[in-house]
Write a protein that binds this ligand. Structure first.
Ligand code: ATP
Length: 238
């Protein structure tokens, strides 16, 4: 079966400096794929290339059998890709409910949108209690939940999650990890999870890719990488 997403040998540069070099990865329908790597390895840049916030200078990106690398970000969202960005980036002066509605701006199917909203509130009951509250007044964990919920409002088939655990207390990280697993299990939505928390990322995923200085250094099933001596030394501090 063709993978849902195929990234084939892409390069990305920032002002002439290469950030990604010949990066290839695939995401099977319904799977969770983790991207791990240290600061500056190119994880965020990979997500930006997939959603269309960064132009590739070489290679191809295919989504559901269609070449998408020349499409704009909104066009890719319309085809079923959504991003929950690093650092949460919610709109602080807007309510929780309005932040969620922003995520649905390309959708025209109002009744179905309402169902998605209810579903998101089921996954994130903390957001229900705070739906009228300004997003800027939420805790870090709640803002992260809101950022994920906003991406889900687009009803994606592929969800890109950039560092959902960043700066959060372990108990909140566990809660978010459980919700990510539930969403994937219930909806068969594919997920690319970018994480510096390698242990978390490898234990949640089916497949993982290790990025080092803009290139894929290693890939394989999450469980295999968790057991690999190299990964344990370099990323798990064991
Ligand atoms: P982090 O966890 O720190 O976000 P990352 O693995 O996501 O790291 P990227 O943010 O993708 O890494 O960065 C990859 C490379 O591209 C780094 O060398 C970084 O300095 C560079 N880079 C990223 N964004 C820009 C930018 N806007 N302008 C110039 N260089 C950039």
């Amino acid at each position: 079966m063709r993978p849902m997403l195929e990234v084939r040998g892409i390069n990305v540069t920032y002002g002439g400096v290469t950030a990604l070099r010949d990066v290839s990865l695939t995401v099977a329908e319904g799977s969770i794929v983790s991207l791990i790597g240290s600061n500056g390895a190119g994880k965020t840049t990979t997500l930006k290339a997939v959603i269309g916030l960064k132009t590739i200078t070489r290679g191809e990106i295919h989504f559901n059998g269609e070449r998408v690398d020349a499409l704009t970000a909104p066009q890719r969202v319309a085809r079923g890709i959504a991003l929950s960005p690093e650092g949460r980036r919610v709109f602080p002066q807007m309510s929780v409910a309005d932040n969620l509605l922003v995520g649905a701006y390309l959708r025209r199917d109002k009744p179905d949108m309402q169902r998605t909203l209810e579903r998101i509130y089921q996954y994130f009951p903390r957001l229900v209690e705070r739906r009228a509250q300004m997003a800027g007044s939420l805790s870090g964990g709640e803002q992260q939940m809101l950022a994920i919920g906003r991406a889900l409002m687009a009803k994606p088939r592929l969800l890109l999650l950039d560092e959902p655990s960043l700066g959060l207390a372990p108990i909140i990280v566990d809660e978010i990890a459980r919700i990510i697993t539930d969403i994937n299990r219930d909806t068969r939505m594919s997920i690319i999870l970018v994480e510096q928390n390698a242990k978390l990322a490898l234990s949640l995923c089916n497949e993982a890719f290790v990025l080092e200085t803009g290139a894929v250094a290693l890939s394989g099933p999450g469980k295999e990488l968790l057991a690999s001596d190299y990964v344990r030394r370099a990323y798990l501090g064991i």
